[in-house]
Design a protein around this ligand. Structure first.
Ligand SMILES: Cc1cc2nc3c(=O)[nH]c(=O)nc-3n(C[C@H](O)[C@H](O)[C@H](O)COP(=O)(O)OP(=O)(O)OC[C@H]3O[C@@H](n4cnc5c(N)ncnc54)[C@H](O)[C@@H]3O)c2cc1C
Length: 413
């Protein structure tokens, strides 16, 4: 049986790994074909550490071919362009692929919520190119600011606004604060530290949606003490060049604007012609299958899966994608004639957000941690999530190096 997986991200790559790894007697007949636009798995939770030089950028990725080196798994670097559910085939940039079972895990893209000017003026944080570009732009600004004798112009060059104070926005603001004040000001000697400004913008009344209130309060105090300009209740109406206009009539200027306010499902799932939610995610049944098509599964950021307890849709998170991959792997490896498995049930293991070096907030089951202890837990959890001994060693080396030496400031352009 040919199982075709679309997307080599958390859901797709880990599903292929589970299907290749435990090739039990019931799954011997499974031939897995993974179709992915990239030939690597990008560990998105570490993208910010790549920007600020805590982790070497090449170490943010794992080659799919080494991760999935199993006899029954084939990798094709190609882009899926369309899906024909009736004929059970996919059109890709490199020809047609037929399937018996299809697993769609194409992830998500940035959601600008139709805010005029946002797409044109903002940087995004979704892929490796975004990491390289944002890092280069920040260093470029410091180079220019270092040559600038006019104080006002230097301030303009060193102002950075982040729109969206969820975990990504918060980690980016605090990470960049650390990088700027602990590393960059040391080497850019004409830059006045008081000219560096980081603005964190949030439409709602608090940061880190979904986190425990005590942790949110702690994080807000920490951010304010870092002199990051936190603007709550500030919904963005439009962006004109480098001017951010709020619905309350106020404006703010920033030379660099990063949009971390939301995501929407990859447009590939729109082609299925099934109901989508407000984030463009396709609705699936309790077994993660496309309604009316038991041979098609949708996983990760592209699927709308209600939480079995609350009925609320599960958030777009790596831990959701990983648990779904494991669930579908078990389903596919099951021999014929067995009872259908129980519906998919997400078990939240915790929530983690770093707040710059040696600071974080974490909640694990009913336990809450802040500061250095939370930061240590944050790193330990991610170290265990990183697959492969080689990757773990590289990560530990990068982190240890960043603890004792200055982060890299090379502008590679
Ligand atoms: C900056 C950042 C930080 C994050 N931090 C955390 C965190 O700390 N904790 C957490 O739980 N989650 C975090 N997330 C969210 C998490 O990374 C996602 O929820 C997770 O990656 C979703 O997995 P996925 O497999 O659905 O999509 P992805 O991992 O995005 O993978 C999708 C894959 O599909 C491929 N693809 C797309 N279209 C096609 C096509 N047409 N043809 C072929 N291939 C295609 C893409 O190239 C990609 O490889 C973070 C996300 C970002 C952006």
């Amino acid at each position: 049986m040919d199982v075709v997986i679309v997307g080599g991200g958390f859901a797709g790559a880990f599903l292929a790994r589970y299907l290749g790894q435990k090739n039990t007697s019931s799954s011997e007949h499974l031939r897995v074909i993974l179709l992915s636009k990239t030939n690597y798995l990008l560990f998105q939770p570490f993208m910010i550490e790549g920007i600020i030089g805590d982790i070497e950028i090449r170490h943010l990725v794992t080659p799919l071919r080494t991760m999935l080196d199993f006899p029954n798994v084939e990798i094709r670097r190609t882009e899926v362009q369309s899906i024909d559910l009736q004929k059970r085939e996919l059109t890709t940039t490199h020809g047609t692929v037929r399937y018996d079972k299809l697993v769609l895990a194409p992830g998500s893209v940035t959601n600008f919520f139709g805010v005029p000017g946002a797409r044109e003026s903002c940087r995004q944080l979704k892929n490796l190119r975004d990491v390289l570009d944002l890092r280069a732009e920040i260093l470029e600004r410091f180079e220019l600011a270092n040559l600038e004798t006019d104080d006002k112009r230097q301030k303009d060059l060193l102002t950075l606004a982040i729109i969206g104070a969820g975990p990504t926005g918060v980690e980016l603001a605090t990470g960049l604060h650390d990088y700027a004040f602990k590393t960059l000001v040391k080497y850019y000697k004409n830059v006045h530290p008081e000219n560096i400004k980081i603005i964190l913008i949030e439409a709602t009344s608090s940061i880190l949606a979904g986190f425990d209130t005590g942790l949110v309060n702690w994080a807000e105090k920490k951010i304010t003490s870092m002199k990051i300009d936190l603007r709550l209740n500030s919904a963005v109406e439009k962006i004109e060049g480098n001017t951010i206009c709020f619905t309350n009539g106020k404006t703010v200027q920033s030379d660099i604007i990063v949009w971390t306010a939301g995501i929407q499902a990859n447009k590939l799932v729109k082609m299925l012609g099934k109901p989508l939610d407000c984030m463009g995610r396709v609705e699936v049944d309790p077994h993660l299958r496309l309604p009316g098509h038991p041979e098609v599964f949708v996983l990760g950021d592209a699927a709308r899966v209600p939480d079995i307890k609350t009925g609320d849709p599960l958030p777009p998170e790596a831990q959701v994608a990983l648990q779904q991959a494991k669930y579908v792997a078990r389903h596919l490896k099951k021999g014929k004639g067995q009872k259908p498995r129980k519906p998919f049930k997400f078990i939240r293991l915790g929530r983690l957000a770093s707040l710059g070096s040696k600071n974080a907030v974490t909640q694990i089951l009913f336990l809450r941690f802040t500061g250095c202890v939370a930061w240590f837990i944050w790193r330990t959890v991610y170290l265990f999530r990183f697959k492969g001994i080689r990757n773990k060693v590289r990560l530990m080396f990068d982190w240890t190096f960043a603890l004792f030496f200055d982060r890299d400031i090379t502008l590679m352009k």
